[in-house]
Design a protein around this ligand. Structure first.
Ligand code: PLP
Length: 376
């Protein structure tokens, strides 16, 4: 049989082109049932109202949708569920064959969860800098981890899938299309329905960061799909330092490349990913990495909990928008996400030696955030 070429960024293993036999069909039916049953056992994630009296007094309310409470600990739980259903129903995920993914960790943890649920081997291909706790979490869920250079994760994942006859999930291509953006309790539908009894029920801004771009694509499309939000809600995507998304949004250039990986785990990419859809975004803000780290330290003092670095990027961007709204005398609500908890990052973002080694000066930024929260 002749060698297959990648299609739409996808390398289908040769066996993936064979029609499903009776046992394959029974496997797909059982796997889909297990994933749906797991979903039926799940609770939705909470929308936390962040009590910042200075903001509330000026008519601005800030909310955090807490995606850290999924069983696999991050917003990637939703994506992994969608990618597994998409791969199974497309005939790409096959009985007894491994699922392989290129991931900075969070997606791999969630995919390891679903691979174990349906009884398939799972191999994560992750950058060398991935937090140790994330690697341990993947292994705890029965997955194995292949560490490589940040720019080599795609090629290595594709190669390993081809060598093992497995399926390369390819979140960076398929995240935006695997998720049912019109509803089906996706993150956007959940967020907008949880806001319905608030004083500013249609958010002025939803603020998210981008790894695959799947979350921003789902929320951006949903805003346009729902006439009641289209006129009132804008989507802002915040981007860390080592990422091409901001420049791509600004210039439209596609062939951007960076050699270094993002220091904010899970977000910011060295190349423009197919799943990142700039046309659904109203605005992007570049957030300095030191500000993202400072923001999670400040947030801990307000929330009483540690969060991951991308939550800091989100919160810093949301506060910048709140500041601008205050300056213009506008009222309204801003919603952003807690992407994952901070426990996975104790040796990095919560370690003063690591922070110093990066050259970050977070104390003055924390003071500015405290002053902002005390203002008015
Ligand atoms: C911790 C964390 N935050 C945010 C994101 C961004 O989500 P998305 O991939 O939907 O753009 C990711 C993606 O991997 C992540 O791992």
């Amino acid at each position: 049989m002749k060698k297959l070429k990648p299609q739409n960024g996808q390398w289908a293993g040769e066996s993936a082109l064979l029609p499903l036999d009776r046992e394959d069909r029974a496997f797909v039916a059982e796997a889909v049932h297990r994933i749906e049953a797991d979903f039926a056992r799940s609770a939705d994630t909470h929308l936390i109202k962040l009590e910042l009296p200075c903001l509330a007094a000026t008519g601005i309310d800030l909310y955090l949708k807490d995606e850290s409470t999924h069983p696999s600990g991050s917003l990637k739980h939703r994506l992994a569920r969608s990618l597994f259903l998409y791969g199974l129903c497309n005939g790409w995920i096959r009985r007894g064959k491994p699922v392989v993914e290129a991931s900075s960790g969070s997606t791999a943890i969630s995919e390891a969860y679903f691979a174990r649920l349906i009884g398939l081997p799972f191999i994560a291909v992750a950058p060398k800098s991935t937090a140790k706790a994330k690697i341990e979490a993947i292994e705890f869920l029965g997955g194995s981890v292949h560490l490589t250079e940040p720019t080599a994760i795609y090629a290595d994942a594709r190669r390993i899938a081809a060598e093992t006859g497995g399926h390369y999930m390819d979140q960076f291509t398929f995240a935006e299309r695997a998720t049912d953006w019109r509803g089906n309790n996706n993150i956007a539908e959940s967020l907008f329905s949880q806001m319905r009894l608030e004083r500013h029920s249609a958010p002025a801004w939803v603020v998210v960061s981008a790894g695959t771009g799947g979350t921003s694509s789902t929320i951006g499309r949903y805003i346009r799909y729902r006439p009641q939000s289209l006129g009132r809600t804008r989507l802002c995507v915040v981007d860390p330092e080592n990422s091409v998304f901001y420049e791509h949004f600004r210039s439209g250039q596609r062939d951007l490349r960076l050699e270094c990986g993002s220091r904010i785990e899970g977000i910011g990419r060295p190349q423009v990913e197919l799943s990142f859809i700039p046309s659904v975004i109203d605005r992007m803000i570049r957030v300095p990495d030191a500000a993202s780290i400072a923001a999670i330290h400040w947030l801990e003092s307000v929330l009483g909990r540690k969060c991951g670095g991308s939550t800091g990027t989100n919160v810093f961007g949301a506060l910048q928008l709140a500041d601008e709204m205050m300056g213009r005398g506008e009222t309204g609500s801003i919603v952003t996400l807690i992407c994952d908890g901070g426990e996975r990052y104790l040796p990095t973002y919560y370690n003063p030696d690591w922070i110093r080694a990066q050259g970050f000066e977070i104390a003055p930024i924390i003071e500015r955030l405290e002053a902002f929260a005390r203002r008015c």
